[in-house]
Design a protein around this ligand. Sequence first.
Ligand code: M6R
Length: 612
Amino acid sequence: MCGIIGYVGKQNAVPILLEGLARLEYRGYDSSGISVLNGKGNLHVIKKIGKLAELEKALSALHLRSKMGLGHTRWATHGQPSDLNAHPHTDCTGTLAVVHNGIIENFQELREELSEKGHRLVSQTDTEVIAHVLEEILKENSSVEKAFESLVKKLRGTYALGIMFKKDPQTLYAVRNGSPLVIGLGKRECFIASDVAPLLKRTRKVIYLKDHQWAMIRSDRCGVKNFSGQKIKSKVEHVSWRLEEAERGGFEKFMLKEIYEQPEILKNVWLGRMDLKKSDVRFGQEMLSSREARGIERLFIIGCGTAYYAGLCGKYILERYTGIPVEVDLASEFRYRTLKLSPGTAVLAVSQSGETADTLASIRRAKELGCRIISIVNVVGSTLTRESDAVIYTQAGPEISVASTKAYLTQLSAFYLLSVFWGRARGEMSLMEARHLLTELIKIPEKIQWVLDHQDPIKACARKYYSYRNWFYLGRGFNYPTALEGALKNKEVSYSHAEAYAAGEMKHGPIALIDRNFPVIAILSQGGVYEKMISNIKEIEARRGKIIAIANPNDKVVSKFVNDVIEVPETLEELSPLLNVIPLQLLAYYMALYRGCDIDRPRNLAKSVTVE
Ligand code: M6R
């Protein structure tokens, strides 16, 4: 997830771009850059690693003036944060500049093709290939319009692009396929942006570019076409949001926005990695090899908080499909254990930030013990990525809310992909099994969307139960970690005391607490442990506990004895954690809302815990 801004009009573009980037910084902030045309009509590109202040510092000395320009704030997906990897990117001749949000899936093969033709690419990004592909196309075709038609045929993946040409100082181009892009229509000035947040101060009239459309934008007009070259009559809409609302995409809180982003983000995680035709998964950049997969005799998964729970679910997934014995530990415990590890032991660290102190200390310890370190991380360029031997990026984009939601879901997704890769490489997973899992996996985003679209029962439960101070969350097997994660969400954002148990453990003590003031969330989706769960929950019913079931729509049993049912679509038991966690995120969110809590910044917490 990155932020794009563009301007064409009568004013100096530089301060407008900088102001726009400041409003987009929440979309990514590891580096930023702008491209403008200087007084001599030359294309000027200035880019800096770090926060926007670094770019502002660099620009203040240059006194640039330009009536048109593009800006970008980056959230690295390919290549670490650096001046060179920052956007905009240019071609060999420096006659065009491109900014991009999304992922070009076939960038490696395009890069090789371009290198063979003599192009010199200077960054590690997927975006730079777009500039060079366009340069190559324009050698044979002088019409920009035709060039775009050829360009989009060559690119695979998702992209929102802003493009400008040195020879055309009054026209900005915008292209959309899978990543958002808005055109702002002002008085004799126009803008492009990743969302409306940077536009609101300047105009409320916008066109939302749709997928497979591109636009030619001048100060006084804007023409939209589809990828086949047909003119499109786009609707001009009026935005009434306040500025703060706009940064959150109209959502009241970042937590809710991030919950809603999940279906789209999951598709990004699959992109370029899942090969449905071959029923396989490939990891390009991640330095994971099939040979290595065959050599792993034992695996430790470590993490903290939500990342630890993702690891716990990862254990169930990997054990199911890869035959590798897995142990999961809290990073804060692992680092102090007395361990003798054999050479075949690998350590897999899970972390959104890649900066959590205990997780870093643990992998350093594991390295000393001779283990290879693999990590599942969201933030590209973070310390954990630099100290790991192999990294699987979760590609969730910046997570702003302290309570983790989309990071958890993408961490689980990484485990499913890894289980196919390792399972196939080790001969533990049949082709049929891989095909079945992947086919069901790609249906998950639309099933999550179904939960998001049918949340009235979740809101109703939140209203009914938000004043209860003690909770149990129960699950078994794959959904025991889901219960733990659900309880953590409740604790974090609504400050209730919520405990999670593997449901079979209740009778060994905790059931003593149950009475009519104790709501119990029971994860009762279909699968091998369903009947066992029913027996465990019956014991709660017998003690008059209030039961809220997370169950599948066709379940005729559960509704007969529980107090409330929240439905989630059916899927494979192995994949059900991806769906069951969504209502638990929403329930925690709405209960916190009704309790008047500061949801995005809960008391006593920090997003990244960099101290022991
Ligand atoms: O950045 P990390 O994933 O390493 O962070 C680990 C935990 O601090 C984090 O998951 C924390 O538990 C979240 N606030 C949970 O929502």
